[in-house]
Design a protein around this ligand. Structure first.
Ligand SMILES: [Fe+2]
Ligand SMILES: [Fe+2]
Length: 192
């Protein structure tokens, strides 16, 4: 497997992502590192997952489906309808195959960053949340979410799930079951 250093990863990513997406990815890296420091996760892993989380985001839609199948990703009906969702699990495969990332925690955080999942590790939650609150994000409620992220990780992730589901409902979109499962698990563990 190829092994890239940080500089090589950045250079390769710049060739794959627009300037805007690159700045977003750098923002996610920064926010993920801050959250990792605050909540005791591995900062280096958070940075790598943050910078690489959207590495497949600008792949053309048709290629998303084809590549996902080529990597053996099981494509659900929802993902067939919305291939963009595949950029997360596919990004994880590409991070491994093309960027030399072999750490399962980093690969999991990349794979789950869009939908969440029933079982999320600390790093999964950090990257999921960092994608919402990175400095370039600007949506109603983002400042409250940033504040909450400093106080209580689980509450902030729950709020991000709520925000995401609300948005999907307003746009008559399909809710991925993993998002519902992720939210349910979080609510149940928070109430114990
Ligand atoms: Fe993404
Ligand atoms: Fe993102």
């Amino acid at each position: 497997m190829i092994k890239l250093d940080y500089k090589q990863i950045m250079a390769k990513l710049r060739g794959k992502l627009s300037g805007k997406r690159m700045r977003h990815s750098e923002g996610v890296m920064k926010s993920a590192a801050e959250l990792a420091e605050r909540y005791g996760a591995n900062v280096e892993k958070a940075k790598l997952a943050g910078i690489l989380h959207d590495c497949a985001r600008e792949m053309p839609r048709n290629n998303l489906l084809q590549s996902a199948k080529a990597f053996g990703i099981v494509v659900s009906d929802i993902e067939r309808q919305m291939p963009l969702l595949l950029h997360a699990p596919l990004g994880s495969k590409i991070a491994q195959a093309e960027y030399g990332i072999d750490d399962p925690e980093i690969l999991s955080a990349i794979a789950l960053h869009t939908t969440g999942a029933a079982k999320m590790t600390l790093l999964d939650k950090i990257v999921y949340l960092a994608d919402f609150i990175e400095p370039g994000r600007d949506f109603p409620g983002v400042d409250t979410l940033r504040l909450l992220a400093k106080l209580d990780l689980d509450k902030a992730v729950l709020q991000a799930f709520d925000q995401s589901i609300r948005y999907i409902l307003e746009h008559k979109g399909l809710i991925h079951p993993a998002t519902i499962e992720g939210r349910n698990t979080l609510l149940m563990t928070m109430r114990i």
